[in-house]
Design a protein around this ligand. Structure first.
Ligand code: SF4
Length: 188
């Protein structure tokens, strides 16, 4: 015991001082600030499954986990199109969902953005167009950004969402726009 105390007293504190903070590393906070600068509020997304196999939904769900931390970026999902800025549409649009998708689009206040997700949302995918499906989302409502993949990764989905925000009419009025950083931090 005495030997240990002597050792502690003679060596002193060897812990290195903490490094200074580096503001350039604050990607998430800057994204949050810029989304608020463009929209004046958090980005609210209404997700619509227009006929997906649910593979794309699994990747969307991953966006809310602690790795991608979507709410930390100031982006959240809402239950009503009347509260939404952006519609995130998955799947080929089945004939049963065609009217519902149109009505959801009409219920979303302007200016609204639409992101079509997955190969099915972009092109109709393996389902194509038939008596049962209208094919790609753009066959039913206007689309701003299409994110391919079967399914696209959470990072690609996030890039698609941020691309839509950066190219929106609201953002065109913002001088800060060209500096929006679309790079997504890799999972830690
Ligand atoms: S793109 Fe692939 S994962 Fe997404 S709904 Fe179509 S088949 Fe499923």
């Amino acid at each position: 015991m005495l030997k240990t105390l002597h050792q502690i007293a003679s060596i002193g504190i060897v812990t290195e001082p903490a490094p200074d903070i580096d503001d350039t590393l604050r990607i998430r906070e800057r994204l949050n600030e810029r989304i608020r600068a463009v929209l004046g509020r958090a980005l609210c997304i209404r997700h619509i499954d227009a006929g997906s196999c649910n593979g794309c939904e699994l990747e969307i769900h991953a966006l809310n986990n602690p790795i991608y931390n979507l709410e930390g970026l100031g982006i959240r999902f809402v239950a009503s199109p009347r509260h939404a800025d952006l519609l995130l549409v998955t799947g080929p649009v089945s004939r049963h969902m065609e009217a519902a998708l149109r009505r959801t689009f009409e219920a979303t206040p302007d200016p609204k953005l639409v992101v079509a997700l997955g190969d099915c949302g972009c092109t109709g995918g393996i389902f194509g167009e038939s008596y049962a499906t209208c094919g790609r989302v753009e066959n039913v409502i206007p689309v701003d950004v299409a994110v391919p993949g079967c399914p696209p990764s959470p990072t690609r989905i996030l890039q698609g969402i941020l691309t839509a925000v950066a190219r929106s009419p609201a953002s065109a009025a913002s001088a800060d726009l060209d500096t929006i950083n679309l790079s997504v931090p890799p999972p830690e």
